[in-house]
Design a protein around this ligand. Structure first.
Ligand SMILES: Nc1ncnc2c1ncn2[C@@H]1O[C@H](COP(=O)(O)OP(=O)(O)OP(=O)(O)O)[C@@H](O)[C@H]1O
Ligand SMILES: Nc1ncnc2c1ncn2[C@@H]1O[C@H](COP(=O)(O)OP(=O)(O)OP(=O)(O)O)[C@@H](O)[C@H]1O
Ligand SMILES: [Mg+2]
Ligand SMILES: [Mg+2]
Lengths: 166, 166, 166, 166
């Protein structure tokens, strides 16, 4: 119903502003309805400003900036409707190291009671995991096998083989 | 933690029964290109009841079943994904402390769901999952390459994300 | 004209098979026309097999495998119609380290007479560059500045600042 | 090498004149998210004569011109991209040893091309570029996120790539 949608939307709007502000102090993030008088048919507008930069059309942001905006939106929505676990498949592929750290810090701090499963090639992300699984097709036969990896105690060449490292 | 483990057997590249335990808050999955990481994500979407083969990158339901490379050996007779959900904090009298939900798809095209070993209807399984905070709608799975689409330039698409919430 | 198209296509077909075979010994790559009797309206079919794996529909390949197929196709086309320089913007983002090395080795070997400009966050790629430019917005004022970087002689903290490393 | 250098001034985030020299075979460009790397790629597409604002991630031609963040200071009066092409190996008598091609776009909406300092028609410039192996069609620029689209699932799209070649 319209009432339920508007009230949920308003909560998401608040959470998005707070999430984006926490990730990028000095910046601002805002959700809006393209047709406020007709909420159930309206589109959703995303307007953000990164610190030190002007307001831009979504098209003008960089690849990494778009991923960051989408992640802030995802985090805001997860706060509105908590799911018991979340699976993210290489969502940080476009991020530089500083923003990867920022994203992981936020995730650890804000969602410390929720399970996350992160698929990744990024070594910064791997190091944060409580538990790490390596999936390989040893012997190249097209059959996936799994090994549990204790990143901290593994010898470098074992880690390399697992993560497809040179 | 609510999601305790997931087991894949005969599902895509997982020919042999393979179990992932999720006993930490942040679980990482790593491995070379093409080794089977995103197939695990597909397995989670599939067990949550996602009806369309395309969402698990398959043309038909049959493509979910393990098929050997170049015909060495047989393809599996069925694809199976099972999850174990912790239910110790339930409010309902007489419920078990753990739910095990399995989805099987046979080469014949038959699809069977079981709940703690007994055949069950998808409707009943969906109700349990929703109560435990598992559900497709709650954005609990962001597949590879999907983070950029999240911000999809069409505001109308974005509204669908919010509709799930209301 | 039809004749010119078919003859160019056949050259590209040959180059693609050779390129894919060189990148993935034991695999095979083939280009085909979806409607060979009507070449000018026909679509182009891409069929590949990675070593040790069966033939798959394009949809079933992994994210990294799709990038590798696209890169092999790009390399094959560059051999058919050489351009004097090529700009690639984070094309290796989905690749693991082994495949990133493979892609760079092939580029260095096969196109040693051609200029490439590679935009990247990947340290393996950076190390291969003859000349490296760092683009930053120092002072956060939204204005891009460039510094020429001598990767090998730079102090670690200077490199970190430039590549947005932690 | 044929492409000697590129200079950006007032183009997107490059407020001040900024020169990239390409004196090696492999040039790397690195930097944090949002710092301006892909804007350099846009500059190359723009000087090669790409007519559509969308291909440089802008809604209108005016968005190619530098605009300050939050109105601190003035926007540039024009956007300018200039490239220097080596022409020492020319077969044509009396040609200069180097071509400098510049494209300027003024706030008024006027677009001006110059060749070695003299105004020139786009048609003449295109002819010179085609002779030197510079041209949009030859796949010389693969933008961020475009590598996956290269394999776009519709075979008809793929044919367009080949048509450029014939
Ligand atoms: N029905 C099937 N039977 C056997 N193998 C399959 C089946 N469906 C998919 N595969 C295999 O799964 C592989 C893709 O795996 P997946 O997408 O999980 O890789 P990934 O680890 O995510 O790699 P990347 O790091 O490149 O994203 C394919 O190359 C194919 O070999
Ligand atoms: N007309 C303009 N005037 C001023 N700045 C602009 C203009 N157009 C774009 N920008 C700036 O350019 C930035 C995007 O830069 P770009 O896409 O080149 O980043 P990038 O270095 O490729 O980052 P990533 O690593 O995330 O891909 C925007 O955030 C915006 O600040
Ligand atoms: Mg994957
Ligand atoms: Mg970029």
């Amino acid at each position: 119903s319209e009432k339920a949608f508007v009230s949920t939307f308003n909560v998401a709007k608040e959470k998005f502003a707070a999430t984006f502000g926490a990730l990028f102090p000095g910046g601002s993030g805002e959700l809006g309805l393209t047709e406020p008088e007709n909420p159930l048919d309206s589109g959703i507008d995303v307007r953000v400003r990164f610190p030190g930069k002007g307001e831009l059309d979504l098209l003008q942001f960089s690849g990494g900036e778009r991923s960051l905006i989408a992640l802030a939106l995802l985090f805001a929505i997860l706060k509105v409707k908590p799911s018991s676990f979340t699976v993210l498949d290489e969502v940080e592929a476009a991020l530089d190291d500083v923003n990867t750290q920022k994203f992981l810090d936020y995730l650890g701090k804000e969602f410390s009671d929720r399970q996350f499963i992160l698929i990744t090639h990024n070594k910064i992300t791997m190091e944060r995991a409580d538990r790490l699984y390596g999936v390989t097709m040893r012997g190249g036969g097209g059959v996936s096998q799994v090994v549990s990896v204790d990143f901290k105690n593994l010898k470098q060449d074992e880690v390399d083989e697992l993560i497809g490292a040179a | 933690e609510v999601l305790k483990e997931i087991a894949l057997e005969g599902f895509k590249s997982f020919r042999d029964k393979t179990v992932f335990k999720f006993d930490g808050l942040l679980t990482g999955v790593v491995g070379p290109n093409g080794s089977g990481k995103s197939n695990v994500v597909d397995a989670i979407k599939w067990i949550l009841g996602d009806p369309s083969p395309r969402s698990i990158r398959a043309q038909t339901g049959l493509e979910a079943i393990y098929r050997p490379a170049n015909g060495n050996g047989d393809s599996a007779g069925f694809a199976s994904v099972a999850i174990k959900i912790d239910n110790t904090e339930t409010e309902i009298e007489g419920e078990p402390t753990e739910w095990e939900i399995e989805r099987r798809y046979y080469k014949s095209g038959e699809s069977v769901y079981t709940l703690n070993g007994k055949t069950a209807r998808l409707k009943d399984i969906r109700a349990i999952m929703a109560r435990k905070g598992f559900g497709l709608g709650s954005l609990s799975v962001v597949g590879q390459g999907e983070i950029d689409g999240f911000l999809s330039l069409v505001p109308g698409d974005r509204r669908l994300v919010f509709e799930d919430l209301a």
